[in-house]
Ligand binder design. Sequence first.
Ligand code: CO
Length: 259
Amino acid sequence: MSLTRVLTGKLQRRLDPFLMLDAFGSDDPDDYIAGFPDHPHRGFETVTYMLAGRMRHRDSAGHEGLLGDGGVQWMVAGRGVIHSEIPEQKDGVMEGFQLWLNLPAKNKMGEPWYQDCQSAAIPEYVTATGVTVRVIAGSSNGVDGVVTREITEPLYLDIHVPAGVSFSTALPETHNAFIYVYRGAVEVGGTQVSVQRMGMLSNTPGADGVTLAANEDARLILIAGKPLNEPIVQYGPFVMNTQEEIHQALDDFRNGRFA
Ligand code: CO
């Protein structure tokens, strides 16, 4: 699978509780046909939002689901799952995002959990000026998303802003937040964020939200969450708090104690 890593390891502290964001998008089957064969995760959550395409998920906790256009899959790896994500299409466009959301230390070894939501199940609202907002997680302008997570309280919005229009939504002051523009461009806080660019929102004391404006039709995701402020030790698909816990994860995985 060919990916653009938008949020990298260097930003994990700044954008705590988010560990990674990958954007994928291609109409060349060679770029996506292999998908992601069996691989493990421990200690965090993965959120896959599909703009276009079909991908089947299977995991060692017994969950299976087909993710389609506009759908979202939310998986809590907890103490460990082995899963695969394999395309169910041989041509056409596959486009979307995978976000990694950290778990608090006390929940890293919890039970795995999985939910998939087809597009129609994702709440959507349209503002008076024609901005369409899909609320995947959290709450925006009084509309609750399809997923609510305690502790990190993530907000995950897919926002379509017509040219010449602006859009505002509240953000908790304590949250770290960023946007990723996947069509067009937006202006936020006096800064232009162009297509395939991430914009980190400043944590201004007393600020109560964000306003963004589009000079051309724009589409973006807005992601925010409450920082955990705990140590982050990552080794590939394992994200724990200490090096010892990473060694334990590797040992458990190698000895078949994940499933
Ligand atoms: Co995975």
